[in-house]
Ligand binder design. Structure first.
Ligand SMILES: [Zn+2]
Length: 300
């Protein structure tokens, strides 16, 4: 017994060290339970809260998405919670914050999550802006993420997906057409958890689980800028796993990023890619493993 106790005490600091600092290793060791590939050709819209199409999730599958970050306080907390539970999510980042906290954007990518964009400065309704200003908002959002990832390894740079989410989910037919011409998908959701409101962490937990359970599968919007969301997240994960849910990761379909990058007036730039993975680009100059280009977007 004594020897067992001594061994436990000896191991305790190691365990604490792993819990506290082993984030990169923990992230590398984690594989998503399933990757759900999102087709982006022509800019389809997903999320039955607004559209007829749902991301191809099976029953009892949930995809976590986090909007409005990166936030220097809560985003790292949320990343640690996701690692501790071996979950890969999608972060719809705001360009302005990506530019201020590029190291967190790189951290999101390094830990294997998918990154989408959510405009430059999160105007609540892009329809209230001129078309030129709205397009600039979207373009600068993508450009800011590319800039943040410019010094990251190619594999991490590829975490930027051709996914866009409208602030407040306030879409516009015109802008969706504009995004579609650039092969960028619009991602809405099946449900939220009201975590943008002033409610407690336990309310966020209850509403998230209730809403997911009412549909049985889907994409949920949460906010990685909210401390009560970070506080609620472990409980949400625990409750859903107890009910038999699996957490899946939204990822672009093979070739989707390159499809977007090869569009006229593209919003994202090409990155290294194996030729065999990109049927659309076979034989073109983008399709080589060494073809890592700097972002081709100029921010005004
Ligand atoms: Zn938002």
């Amino acid at each position: 017994m004594k020897r067992g106790l001594a061994a436990t005490l000896l191991l305790l600091p190691v365990c604490l060290l792993i819990l506290a600092g082993g984030t990169a290793d923990a992230a590398a060791a984690c594989k998503p339970e399933r990757k759900v590939e999102i087709a982006t050709r022509g800019g389809p819209a997903y999320g039955t809260l607004q559209y007829h199409r749902m991301a191809p999730l099976k029953m009892k599958e949930v995809a976590l998405t986090f909007d409005d970050g990166p936030d220097p306080h809560t985003t790292p907390r949320i990343l640690d919670i996701l690692d501790a539970n071996c979950i890969k999510a999608t972060f719809f980042v705001v360009g302005y914050y990506a530019e201020r906290h590029p190291e967190i954007v790189r951290e999101i990518a390094a830990r294997g999550h998918t990154i989408g964009t959510h405009t430059w400065s999160h105007p609540n309704n892009l329809r209230h802006l001129s078309l030129a200003a709205a397009r600039r908002q979207i373009r600068r959002g993508f450009a800011a993420v590319e800039k943040a990832l410019a010094t990251a390894p190619a594999a991490d740079r590829r975490r930027l997906a051709p996914f866009f989410r409208f602030p407040g989910l306030n879409d516009s037919k015109h802008l969706m057409g504009w995004l579609g011409a650039r092969n960028i998908a619009t991602l809405s959701c099946e449900f939220g958890a009201d975590d943008w409101k002033r409610i407690s962490a336990s309310q966020v937990r209850r509403r998230a689980v209730r809403n997911i359970n009412s549909v049985g599968r889907g994409v949920i919007i949460l906010h990685d800028t909210k401390p009560h969301t970070a506080a609620a997240l472990p409980g949400i994960i625990k409750d859903l796993r107890k009910k038999g849910y699996r957490f899946v990761q939204l990822t672009p379909a093979p070739g989707a990023r390159q499809l977007a990058a090869s569009a006229h007036d593209a919003l994202i730039s090409p990155v290294a890619v194996a030729k065999k993975d990109v049927p659309e680009l076979r034989g073109t100059r983008h399709a080589t493993a060494d073809d890592i280009l700097e972002p081709a977007i100029s921010v005004q």
